[in-house]
Design a protein around this ligand. Structure first.
Ligand code: SAM
Length: 266
């Protein structure tokens, strides 16, 4: 089935009144919120714009990667179960979830199949097209949408989404702090964030490899730094680390009404 044949229900106009900008789709159904923005991309990001990378990434590397990096067997099913548990409140309410820097939409596809409405975010048109096509072939094309933009520039209003997920992308995203601040900004109070990322290795050999990979723009922020980048409005719910594979779940704290002090009795 071609992607064009799938009726997109269009999560954005229906559910996200907070979308900032015109909702104009290209012929694949992707909304381009990046066209006017000049972005300087690192080599890893440029590689991800190639159709060949988009074709091979998930099936060749992604489904095996955590098993190789965690220092123990770590099947993809276990990762996806952790993800779904982390954002369970959003699944229960059929909430809107952003899959930021989604590639082929591994996380978003899983969540859309479990009740969420998903907006895929990536700067790579090749990856977004693939994410939409894969959803179409799973008959969940009506539960997803796709926006081409940078993670540090999410075109959504403050507090407009129920959950934000990011799988393995913090390492190549460029400005991690700005991207994290954006993801936190668009979350509603009580909304959940799940982020899997790779941290610095312990062994000298592995650290050497990580520093060599650094030429491509890939970085390995520590767990402490990643947690700190969540900022004061987020409460850490869970933190797990196996080998260099960090997973954090955090929740945006509900808004607290200002408290008024009683004037002292005269
Ligand atoms: C490691 S892959 C992500 C894998 C995917 N999240 C998953 O779990 O399979 C990195 C992805 O991030 C995207 N990306 C990198 N930097 C980005 C940025 N600044 N804004 C949006 N997407 C970005 C790339 O195009 C690529 O699709």
């Amino acid at each position: 089935m071609s992607h064009r044949a799938v009726p997109l229900r269009r999560v954005l106009p229906a559910r996200l009144a907070g979308f900032v900008g015109p909702i104009a789709r290209d012929e694949q159904g992707v909304i381009d919120a990046m066209a006017a923005r000049r972005a300087s991309l690192n080599p890893a990001q440029l590689l991800n714009r190639l159709p060949l990378t988009a074709q091979l990434y998930e099936s060749v590397w992604r489904v095996r990667s955590l098993g190789l990096l965690a220092g123990r067997p770590f099947p993809i099913a276990e990762e996806l179960a952790e993800l779904a548990a982390a954002v369970q409140p959003a699944l229960l309410r059929g909430g809107v979830v952003l899959d930021v820097a989604c590639s082929e939409g591994l996380y978003g596809r899983h969540l859309a199949q479990r009740g969420a409405e998903v907006v895929f975010i990536d700067h790579s048109r090749a990856f977004l097209n693939r994410a939409l096509r894969r959803c179409a072939s799973l008959a969940i094309g009506d539960r997803v949408d796709a926006v081409r933009t940078l993670a540090a520039h999410l075109p959504f209003a403050d507090g407009s989404v129920d959950a934000v997920v990011m799988g393995g992308s913090l390492n190549e995203i460029g400005d991690e702090a700005a991207a994290m601040a954006e993801m936190v900004r668009v979350l509603r109070p009580g909304g959940r964030l799940f982020c899997m990322s790779l941290i610095p290795a312990r062994s000298r050999r592995a650290r050497l490899i990580q520093s060599l990979v650094g030429w491509s723009g890939i970085r390995f922020p520590t767990a402490a730094r990643t947690v700190a980048s969540l900022g004061a409005s987020m409460r850490l719910v869970e933190e797990h680390c196996d080998g260099i594979v960090l997973r954090i779940t955090a929740e945006k704290t509900p808004l607290v009404a200002p408290s008024f002090r009683q004037p002292p009795a005269s």
